[in-house]
Design a protein around this ligand. Structure first.
Ligand code: SF4
Length: 341
């Protein structure tokens, strides 16, 4: 709960840090993805238009004329609202905050696919002009394994409708989501679907499996094998290599990602981004461990930070202590990843 006189949900995308947050739904209508614990235990509910409008007015009074340029609609999926209701909320929002230039929401493919092109155009015309979509993978098998409840065809269909309506789109991908078993398929099929969509932004997240998630249970039972850090970078290389004919901005986006300098505009920067991945993959295994440990502990940001001999030696001493202990490097790296997601 918050101390604001209007409801706020638990999360928002990284890019919406300065945005006005208006809650249209509570929780996620699906809530079954095996890797996700975001809304665990929360029953999904749709808020009434009257309640949301009341919140918009309360936010207007609370912020007292603050000229917000961006607003994010919480929680998991505003498209579950009837089109007329969503349009009414958007119109009321723009009336209360006329300075808004961008209104965004999460958009779940399966829910968006239930709208028709005219619905999508009406929603866009009312002001919703940016979507954050968690496709996570383009592989039908990976999507099925993680109980995502969407198919590659639905992802492509809903994305085309949204883009044709004029909405900007970010697609999130989870590296490592297919496990060691499906790493190639995950990379190649994800690239295929992204090539069909040509989203404005592609954002990569490296997998971190929470022990209380269904995937955590599968991992404990040996039914899902987590790829190593180097295998995840190999997977990313295969994905990036197969992105063709699109003009997306591509970025490792989150502190959970190992190589934060993999960030650029496609197709212009593709060779540079591949070169960063190749530089890591070309390190000898001991130096890969040194970089990964230093990066996960916060001593390095970029590969070139390893060139500082003092920091390198300091990280090497930490690595030596780990070699003398019981926990493997990969176990430690994964634990450190799950702490930042
Ligand atoms: S990943 Fe998204 S769709 Fe899946 S349960 Fe979590 S919030 Fe819902």
């Amino acid at each position: 709960m918050t101390d604001t006189p209007f409801e706020m949900g638990p999360i928002r995308p990284v890019d919406e840090a300065d945005s006005l947050l208006i809650r249209t739904t509570r929780g996620c209508p699906w809530n079954r993805c095996s890797f996700c614990t975001l809304y665990k235990g929360m029953t999904f509910s749709l808020r009434s238009v009257a309640d949301i409008k009341q919140d918009i007015l309360a936010a207007k009074n609370y912020f007292n004329g603050h000229p917000f340029e961006t607003c994010f609609l919480q929680d998991g999926d505003s498209f579950v609202m009837g089109t007329k209701d969503l349009v009414a909320v958007l119109e009321s929002l723009r009336k209360a905050f006329p300075s808004l230039k961008r209104i965004s929401s999460y958009g779940r493919a399966q829910t968006m696919a239930k709208k028709n092109p005219a619905d999508m155009r009406a929603i866009r015309a009312a002001g919703l002009n940016k979507l954050y979509c968690g496709m996570e993978s383009g592989s039908a098998q990976v999507l099925k394994n993680v109980k995502k409840g969407i198919t590659p065809e639905t992802i492509i269909h809903s994305a085309h409708m949204a883009k044709e309506a004029g909405m900007e789109m970010t697609q999130f991908i989870i590296l490592g989501l297919g496990g060691r078993e499906l790493t190639e398929e995950h990379a190649i099929e994800t690239a295929r679907v992204l090539n069909e969509i040509n989203p404005d932004d592609i954002r990569l997240l490296t997998i971190g499996v929470k022990s209380d998630s269904d995937l955590g249970l599968q991992m404990a039972e040996g039914r899902f094998t987590l790829p190593s850090e180097a295998e995840i970078i190999k997977e990313q290389r295969l994905l990036l290599e197969n992105l063709e004919g699109i003009e997306s901005h591509y970025a490792n986006h989150h502190s959970v990602d190992l190589l934060l300098e993999v960030r650029g505009q496609l197709p212009r920067d593709k060779a540079r981004l591949l070169a960063v991945l190749d530089r890591f993959l070309g390190l000898d295994p001991k130096d890969q461990i040194n970089f990964t440990l230093g990066r996960r502990l916060g001593y390095y940001q970029r590969l070139s930070d390893m060139d500082n001999g003092l920091t390198f030696d300091f990280v090497e001493r930490q690595a030596q202590k780990i070699r003398e202990g019981d926990e493997s490097f990969e176990e430690i790296f994964h634990r450190l990843r799950t702490q930042v997601i």
